[in-house]
Design a protein around this ligand. Structure first.
Ligand SMILES: CC(C)(COP(=O)(O)OP(=O)(O)OC[C@H]1O[C@@H](n2cnc3c(N)ncnc32)[C@H](O)[C@@H]1OP(=O)(O)O)[C@@H](O)C(=O)NCCC(=O)NCCS
Length: 251
């Protein structure tokens, strides 16, 4: 697990080799000048999307997360953040267009309750998910609706004080996996299983493609602060994982 102490200040010269995965932690609660600065980096589509949020807070968080995503990717690509463009697959997963994906740079973004995680990899699919832990969401109805039988049975068998954590560990691992695959919710959530017992390593246990599909993916739990659960899914092995704190000065 990447622990909170490991979210380092990012170095000036950033390099990402094929063995490495970088995860950036971004605080989305910024003062007005920071939000304006992020807004200036967005393209017309993103500005239009920002304008569609009903609540100011959601609009600001979307703006800051997209701005940070652009700044982070620009550091690897050595290109101005406002000049980046994105492509989307049929399920909405954003990626860099071929001409920009220097060295096959891939990324994924997740945000929840004022915190964003941006995961960056080279030459492999990647998915990340962060969720604010809310005990009221971890109910039987949600478990029965979204989780596989194996996951649901394991969670139900846990002592009550471990269930909320197990629920969100399960949720974020599943979300990270479907986001890495890129199919969003059209990948049937009850047709694959992840590990859910708190303290045990994050792993994919079964998937609709069978053992070959299971062997193709690695999962990791991320500790990004009290009150949050987070997970990462990567195609292939996770050999080296680095956590960077976006809000610390580049050193
Ligand atoms: C869109 C989805 C991929 C993730 O949604 P989410 O958990 O609400 O949101 P997150 O903050 O984690 O991720 C959103 C980001 O993922 C990226 N994304 C969008 N579609 C994606 C896809 N198909 N695959 C991977 N990433 C995707 C985008 O960057 C998006 O952020 P942006 O639009 O602000 O740039 C999809 O899985 C979803 O709608 N989930 C709903 C939650 C749910 O019901 N989960 C079931 C319990 S396991």
């Amino acid at each position: 697990m990447i622990s909170i102490n490991d979210w380092a200040a990012p170095p000036k010269a950033l390099a990402l080799c094929r063995e490495e995965i970088h995860v950036w932690r971004v605080s989305l609660n910024k003062p007005e000048p920071g939000i304006q600065e992020s807004f200036r980096l967005l393209n017309p589509d993103e500005r239009e999307r920002a304008g569609r949020f009903r609540f100011q807070k959601d609009r600001d968080h979307f703006t800051v997360a997209r701005g940070a995503l652009r700044v982070i990717l620009s550091r690897y690509l050595d290109a101005p953040p406002e000049r980046l463009s994105f492509c989307y697959n049929e399920y909405g997963k954003p990626s860099l267009p071929q001409r920009l994906a220097d060295g096959d740079l891939r990324f994924n973004l997740s945000h929840s309750r004022g915190l964003a995680l941006c995961a960056v990899a080279c030459g492999c699919e990647i998915g990340v998910d962060v969720e604010w832990i809310r005990a009221d969401l971890a109910g039987e109805e949600t478990i029965a609706t979204y989780f596989s039988n194996q996951e649901a049975e394991t969670i139900r068998a846990l002592p009550p004080e471990l269930r909320t954590q197990a629920f969100f560990d399960c949720w974020t691992r599943k979300e990270a996996f479907i986001k890495a695959v890129g199919e969003g919710l059209s990948y049937p959530l009850d047709q694959f299983s992840v590990t859910v017992i708190p303290g045990r390593p994050a792993r994919l246990l079964s998937a609709k493609g069978g053992a070959q599909e299971v062997g193709r993916w690695s999962l990791a739990a991320l500790d990004c602060g009290a009150g949050y659960a987070a997970a990462l899914a990567v195609e292939g092995d996770i050999k080296r994982l680095r956590g960077y704190d976006y809000d610390r000065q580049f050193t």
